[in-house]
Design a protein around this ligand. Structure first.
Ligand SMILES: [Zn+2]
Length: 147
């Protein structure tokens, strides 16, 4: 399998003299799971920096109160229960996050991006090409070809 040109599942958002910006969406379709990739070259010291950022959410799977109760048969009552339990659970999750940040100065998140095989190849190739291109630009700027 080879990386494609143009690449499926990866898009170039912008290109600057010393940086490339790509975006990689998650296969599940959730817009919060994307990777935003910023590849930048620094001239002194000669360094290529790759920033990968993604959205992090609350740990939505933890439940302080159950979000569903089997015994509730009436759809309206069930809806009211789900609304109340969602509000309680989300408030607890957010409060926990805020408290951790407040007292520890950081918190841990988990984020997953699901890629197709092709997308993974394209992802790695985009990184490789961006680094090569930035190095080429750097060399042109510093006339490395003449030395
Ligand atoms: Zn996803």
């Amino acid at each position: 399998m080879k990386a494609e040109q143009p690449a499926e599942g990866i898009s170039k958002k912008a290109e600057y003299g010393d940086a490339f910006w790509y975006e990689v969406p998650c296969e599940c379709g959730d817009p919060d799971h994307y990777h935003s990739i910023w590849i930048e070259s620094d001239n002194d010291p000669k360094l290529i920096t790759v920033y990968i950022s993604t959205e992090a959410t609350t740990d939505f799977w933890t439940q302080t109160v159950p979000d569903h109760i089997e015994k509730i048969d009436l759809p309206f009552v069930s809806w009211i229960w789900q609304t109340i339990s969602y509000t309680i659970n989300e408030t607890v999750r957010r409060t926990r996050l805020i408290t951790r940040i407040l007292f520890r100065g950081y918190t841990k998140y988990e984020s997953t991006v699901i890629l197709t095989k092709q997308q993974a190849y394209n992802y790695s190739k985009a990184l490789e090409n961006a680094v090569k291109e930035l190095e080429r630009k750097h060399d042109v700027l510093h006339d490395k070809s003449i030395e």
